[in-house]
Design a protein around this ligand. Structure first.
Ligand SMILES: Nc1ncnc2c1ncn2[C@@H]1O[C@H](COP(=O)(O)OP(=O)(O)OP(=O)(O)O)[C@@H](O)[C@H]1O
Length: 638
């Protein structure tokens, strides 16, 4: 289970900072960067399936042998059975050719089946490996990775390799063994003729090598362009992207970007399809010319009264060479496909090599009964080594069951502090502890079981209300689901819908209003029941009734839990056991509302500016406060 399991909602994206820190491959790596992996690494993927690989090679060798039997039988028919007019021998030899053809067909099916089996298993494992590796990546990785890039790596790159491995592995093995068998049989039949024919092989190899590197370059570019296209689709054809493009009048510009990328992709596809076609055609033509040379040499010798080879050998030899044309062409084509797939493997390994920054120690422990005591001991954090500290010298104690409200100007580090509690990021200095245990010494599922994060950007899957609610607590009963929804003040609304709890929430939950989505997220967290809660209150203005419903739901959720709230509501702050004021990553004030108002410092100024709150105010004054509360925090990117 990942540490983000209890996190309700996707952490806020940061357009402005996406480029900072270590560049990730995912952030639009140059499309033509050479990332060819070592062959050893690719073959290692197949090692687990070596028994099947041995079976495949055995079947293919058998197929190759069966395929060269017929020319020998043909030679015997022409040179022996026909001159002797031996009917029995003719039937016997022709029957043998029919059996060989049938056996060849059967073995062809077996090799195809085996190759697909191996290919699909390897690709399935690779796909799962990429997905699970990416799942372990931290929040920061996702912030800096372009949307759509990872989908492209899994769908286009693994899919591309899959196509090559599964579909052409069979013909690779079949053709290689067939070509080898034909070579051996040709030497046995007439070594002189065979040597003449084999002389052209090095030329083919040279051509194949040159074409291979050309193809790899094209493949790398093409995959990069595919990723670009996927990213544009992901960004432009989502609810948020469509809204942005429409309201900003950028639909045409987006379509133009898509058109340009699509055209570039079409050009690459064209180049890929045509690369080396002339070379290939010339080579195929020269192969088909070889039989003419055989008849020429044998014919001239025969015309001059010398019998170099028998007519049967000449016919059988050329029929065997015909069997070489197919495999040789296929092999050269395969060489190109292998080059292409190596480029794709390179892109896949690049993702697999991305280091995981939030790791679980081998000695990590569980946390059986969590009291919910949260402590920051001298915590410092920065998003990259070359950046200033976002948080510094943070010493904070949040006793079990109490509420701490974080307030401060925008960019002061409140959200980052919340991320540290949920171990979405690790501190650079000091330690964050729950019940006295450093989060880095806990198992990741212990952290996600202990800390729940409700962010303002509620994330719901495109699934039913029930499935979304059960995401964090799959074993919860219908009664528990309903109780959670009642507590979150959303049950009545859900049951009033025609499909009730089976209503599909739509992409990212857009079938529901912002306030309803928040309450669904709160119900989901109530079901999950974490002892520690990080609450990022929404800044968006809700109407009074929704506001009250959300507030009641939040109160219900926080009850009995250690709550660290990034607070925007006066009620949250006023009732907090402790208010912590952050300024440029440092705690500058702490105390209760009344204490801090009396102090007359930064909090007092902030409270007066945002809520109009002054000394001695009662909670009832809240109703008169500015409901938008935008002064504390504004997010240009939301
Ligand atoms: N992924 C990131 N990479 C680099 N810098 C970041 C990243 N996320 C946040 N920051 C920076 O860290 C600082 C603190 O950000 P944080 O989101 O914690 O502040 P905040 O108090 O929650 O602000 P707001 O109220 O606007 O949400 C800001 O200067 C911000 O630009």
């Amino acid at each position: 289970m990942s540490s983000s399991d209890t996190h309700d909602g996707a952490p806020k994206p940061r357009r402005s900072t996406a480029g900072r820190g270590r560049p990730a491959s995912g952030r639009g790596a140059p499309a033509d960067k050479d990332i060819r992996p070592p062959l050893r690494r690719v073959t290692a993927l197949f090692r687990r399936h070596r028994r099947w690989v041995v079976a495949l090679v055995a079947a293919a060798c058998l197929l190759g042998a069966v395929n060269v039997v017929s020319p020998f039988l043909l030679r015997a028919i022409i040179d022996r059975a026909l001159p002797d007019k031996n009917a029995a021998l003719i039937s016997y030899l022709a029957g043998g050719m029919i059996v060989a053809a049938l056996a060849g067909a059967g073995l062809g099916v077996v090799t195809t089946w085996l190759a697909n089996l191996i290919g699909q298993r390897v690709m399935h494992e690779l796909r799962v490996q990429v997905f699970t590796h990416l799942q372990r990546m931290s929040l920061l990785y996702y912030v800096r990775t372009r949307p759509g890039e990872l989908q492209s790596r899994i769908a286009n790159d693994v899919g591309g390799v899959e196509n090559v491995v599964a579909n052409t592995a069979a013909s690779a093995v079949q053709n290689a063994t067939s070509a080898a068998a034909v070579g051996v049989a040709a030497l046995v039949m007439s070594w002189k003729l065979a040597l003449i024919c084999l002389a052209v092989v090095p030329l083919f190899l040279l051509a194949a090598i040159r074409l291979g590197s050309q193809r790899r370059g094209i493949a790398r570019r093409r995959q990069g362009q595919l990723a670009n296209l996927t990213a544009i689709v992901e960004e432009g054809l989502s609810v948020a992207g469509m809204l942005l493009a429409t309201t900003m009048g950028r639909r045409a510009a987006l379509a133009q970007r898509f058109t340009t990328e699509s055209q570039a992709l079409a050009d690459s596809e064209m180049r890929a399809a045509m690369s080396g076609k002339w070379l290939l055609s010339t080579r195929r033509a020269s192969l088909t010319m070889v039989p003419a040379v055989v008849y020429w040499v044998a014919g001239l010798a025969f015309a001059h009264g010398a019998v170099v080879i028998s007519i049967g050998t000449a016919v059988a030899f050329t029929s065997m060479l015909n069997r070489l044309v197919g495999p040789a062409s296929a092999l050269q084509g395969l060489g190109l496909q292998v080059s292409t797939s190596m480029a794709l493997f390179g892109r896949i390994f690049e993702v697999l090599d991305e280091p995981v920054d939030i790791v679980e120690k081998p000695t990590a422990r569980a946390l059986p009964a969590v009291a919910g005591d949260v402590r920051f001991d001298g915590v410092g954090f920065r998003y990259a080594d070359d950046q200033p500290w976002t948080l510094d010298g943070i010493d904070l104690h949040v006793p079990p069951g109490t509420t701490t409200a974080l307030v401060g100007e925008t960019g002061s580090g409140k959200t980052t502090l919340g991320y540290l509690v949920a171990r979405l990021v690790d501190p650079g200095r000091g330690a964050v502890r729950i019940d006295g245990v450093d989060l880095r010494d806990l198992r990741l599922d212990a952290v996600s079981g202990a800390v729940g994060l409700v962010s303002q950007d509620t994330y719901l899957f495109h699934d039913t209300v029930r499935a979304n609610l059960l995401f964090g607590a799959p074993d919860a009963s219908q009664e528990q689901v309903e109780a959670a929804c009642r507590a979150a003040r959303i049950h009545d609304l859900v049951v009033s819908l025609p499909d009730g709890y089976d209503t599909v929430v739509g992409a990212r939950g857009h079938r529901f209003s912002g306030g309803e989505r928040q309450r669904l997220a709160i119900a989901r967290m109530i079901l999950r029941d974490p002892p520690v809660l990080v609450l990022d209150e929404a800044t968006s203005a809700l109407d009074n009734e929704t506001e009250r419903a959300v507030q009641a739901a939040l109160d219900e959720l926080s009850r009995g839990r250690t709550t660290i709230a990034i607070a925007h509501r006066l009620s949250t702050v006023r009732h907090a056991d402790q208010i912590v004021v952050l300024d440029r990553g440092r705690i500058v004030e702490r105390g209760t509302h009344d204490e801090l108002i009396t102090l007359g410092g930064r909090y007092a100024r902030l409270a007066a500016g945002v809520w109009g709150a002054g000394p001695g105010e009662t909670p009832a004054d809240e109703a008169a406060a500015d409901p938008t509360r935008t002064g504390v925090r504004s997010r240009p990117d939301q």
